[in-house]
Design a protein around this ligand. Structure first.
Ligand SMILES: CC(C)(COP(=O)(O)OP(=O)(O)OC[C@H]1O[C@@H](n2cnc3c(N)ncnc32)[C@H](O)[C@@H]1OP(=O)(O)O)[C@@H](O)C(=O)NCCC(=O)NCCS
Length: 224
């Protein structure tokens, strides 16, 4: 697996930076005073959402993730974190409100275990997904159901020692594309691998992430 950075609570670390695309990572499990300070910028709707979560751990992780997202976006927009406004797509995809300056700044977020990530793109729609690499007993069945024929074929051909990582590589890529499209996994998606630039990253040892942006060059090639 790739070299991982050391994530610490309350500190945002870049894990991938490349022409107009950035992925930032942070730890979600923080001391109560860090959680309070990070979450102070949340709006009423976000506070209600946090309060509706049953487990204290989930409330804390949501508050830290949303607080860090507000901070990151605010620093790019030259605003205060509490002034960042979001809009939501039909299936819940968040984006900057059209009232924000530079609202063409695109972002996507993901959380797994104690790790939160934010992907930013200044050029085009972006999707990110991170997962803790833990055993998935039903991985083969999920792969058969969700992966494209080509992905399933290459997955099932892997030896037992490569299967788990191979599953999460393909899974995070699929989720990242779903998020870039704004549809999530509740819906079947049809996507062409050559339309997406995929970058893999390791925000912490034992985790795998994928970030995708549209590959407009492939579109240029096919249309001209
Ligand atoms: C979006 C989705 C893929 C999230 O995956 P996940 O692995 O559970 O969670 P992640 O931590 O990776 O991502 C969550 C983030 O994705 C973003 N998100 C939510 N809905 C999204 C959507 N439709 N498209 C893109 N991004 C979305 C949010 O930023 C969310 O962060 P938040 O919970 O802090 O607000 C999943 O919730 C899904 O399939 N949603 C589709 C909506 C849908 O089918 N709804 C049916 C309701 S019955």
């Amino acid at each position: 697996m790739d070299k991982a950075v050391e994530l610490r609570a309350g500190i945002i670390m870049p894990v991938l930076v490349s022409d107009g695309l950035e992925v930032l990572a942070f730890a979600l499990d923080a001391e109560p005073d860090v959680v309070r300070a990070t979450g102070v910028c949340l709006n009423d709707e976000e506070r209600r959402r946090a309060a509706g979560l049953r487990l204290e751990r989930d409330r804390r992780r949501f508050v830290v993730a949303r607080g860090q997202l507000r901070r990151v976006l605010a620093s790019r927009l030259g605003l205060s974190p509490s002034d960042v406004e979001f809009e939501y797509g039909p299936l819940g995809k968040p984006q900057l409100s059209h009232r924000m300056p530079a609202c063409d700044l695109r972002f996507s977020t993901s959380r797994s275990g104690d790790v939160g990530v934010i992907a930013l793109s200044t050029t085009q729609e972006v999707g990110v997904d991170v997962e803790a690499v833990l055993p998935v007993p039903e991985a083969d069945e999920i792969a058969a159901l969700c992966f494209s024929a080509a992905d399933y074929g290459s997955y099932i051909a892997l030896g037992p020692e490569d299967r788990l990582e191979g599953f999460f590589r393909r899974w995070t890529r699929l989720e990242a594309v779903s998020k870039a499209l704004g549809c999530g996994l509740g819906q079947p998606i049809s996507w062409d691998e050559k339309d997406w630039l995929v970058r893999r990253f390791v925000p912490r040892r034992g985790y795998i992430g994928s970030v995708v942006i549209r590959n407009w060059r492939s579109r240029d090639v096919t249309t001209h």
